[in-house]
Design a protein around this ligand. Structure first.
Ligand code: ADP
Length: 382
């Protein structure tokens, strides 16, 4: 691993809770890592600790196998060869684009400096704007100049803190894809902070979900969505609900009884003995709920949100259980209407009900069953 963070703790003076609490993660050279989580969960503090801008209380940070931060070691920020891009671009308004980009290259002879400026401007697609000034550029272009400036001195690691949050939503996702392409072409290792899932999925090879200082999962987007490690991750990524369910075994077959009926085509998964009396909570994603007029289970639409090609319906079953469903937007039903729904679950994810506390914090309780707090996840046949 190029960047290795081990059991890292950062505690601000006078605070009872650590802003970063025993975080462990590894980032391979050339990979883009993303930290995502609600405001105040510790993303920026973790990024700043890696940059050398915060002292760490415990644990350590290694860059290229060398410890740069621990309780006893603190390599100064300027000696870490780390580049940073912030949300407010921080370009010098009185300098041209090429002078902004060349700002960190004063140690180079003039010709090499000019060459490197041209090279990075080409990389970010702004070679024709070299003589323009920041105020003559759009927000997206200014952010690309900031990226070029950070990449110019060839940092061994690039840190990006919410770099697109000042930009329009449409532009943000496009720029996120562009930035990923630029980072890949430059073969840069980067750690990126955002609170936007779409952005995280667009740029990250590996994504970390944080809450209250803890890193709940450090994984690729597919696993975060389909194999969430904790209830918090399941709740934070995508739309869905937890519904009470029970697991039982009939012969060779495992059956998960949910409020939407039985899930029977389960290839492998939790056995009833994984849970006390087989009782658990099942994650029902909006993608798992299919609108079907012939389905025996009916639900009432209580809320709907138009998402272009589909609606996100919030539905209530006769039992009072809430579920969510993505339904193609040509099925435009009214609030209050009852529609038929059924569950079509590819990845069945169940959580121990005893661990419901996890929703707020990672559960520290020993579980009643052999299962730990990790969900029990399994895949049904296609
Ligand atoms: P995020 O980037 O996820 O929004 P931060 O890392 O900024 O979260 O903050 C994590 C926690 O640390 C929050 O509770 C915040 O109030 C606290 N915090 C951040 N910076 C400081 C600071 N300089 N002094 C004291 N507490 C801080």
């Amino acid at each position: 691993m190029f960047l290795e963070v081990t059991q890292l703790q950062v505690q601000y003076p006078g605070r009872t809770r650590a802003a970063v609490d025993r975080v462990t993660l590894g980032l391979r050279a050339g990979d883009v890592g993303v930290l995502i989580g609600p405001s105040g969960c510790g993303k920026t503090t973790l990024l700043r600790a890696v940059a050398g801008l915060e002292q760490v209380t415990a644990g350590d940070i290694q860059l290229a196998k060398s410890v740069v931060s621990s309780a006893s070691v603190h390599v100064p920020a300027e000696a870490r060869r780390i580049g940073m891009v912030f949300q407010d671009y921080a370009l010098f308004p009185h300098l041209s684009v090429s002078d902004n980009v060349g700002f960190g290259l004063h140690h180079l002879p003039r010709q090499s400096r000019e060459h490197r400026i041209q090279e990075v401007l080409k990389l970010v697609g702004l070679e024709r704007s070299a003589s323009r000034y920041p105020h003559e550029l759009s927000g997206g272009q200014q952010q690309r100049v900031a990226l070029a400036r950070a990449l110019a001195p060839q940092p061994q690691l690039l840190l990006l803190d919410e770099p697109f949050s000042n930009l329009d939503v449409d532009l943000r996702e496009r720029l996120a894809h562009e930035v990923r392409a630029i980072l890949k072409e430059a073969q840069t290792t980067a750690l990126f902070v955002t609170h936007d899932q779409m952005e995280a999925f667009a740029v990250g090879d590996v994504i970390g979900v944080m809450s209250e200082g803890r890193l709940h999962q450090w994984d690729d987007a597919y696993n975060l969505y389909h194999r969430p490690a904790t209830r918090f991750v399941a709740d934070f990524i995508g739309h869905g609900v937890f519904a009470p369910a029970s697991v039982r075994q009939v012969g060779q077959q495992v059956i998960v009884q949910t409020p939407l009926g039985e899930l029977t085509d389960v290839a492998k998964g939790p056995l009833p003995c994984h849970f006390v009396d087989g009782e658990c909570d099942v994650l029902l994603r909006a993608d798992d709920i299919v609108h079907d007029d012939d389905a025996p289970v009916k639900a009432q639409i209580v809320r709907k949100a138009f998402r272009g090609s589909e609606f996100l319906y919030t539905l209530e079953l006769a039992s009072g259980q809430t579920v969510m469903a993505h339904v193609p937007s040509h099925h435009d039903h009214k609030i209050g209407e009852w529609i038929g729904i059924r569950a079509q679950v590819d990845h069945v994810v169940t959580f121990n009900r005893a661990c419901a506390l996890q929703n707020r914090e990672m559960c520290q309780m020993p579980c009643a069953s052999q299962n730990t707090c990790a969900p029990v996840s399994f895949q049904s046949p296609a």
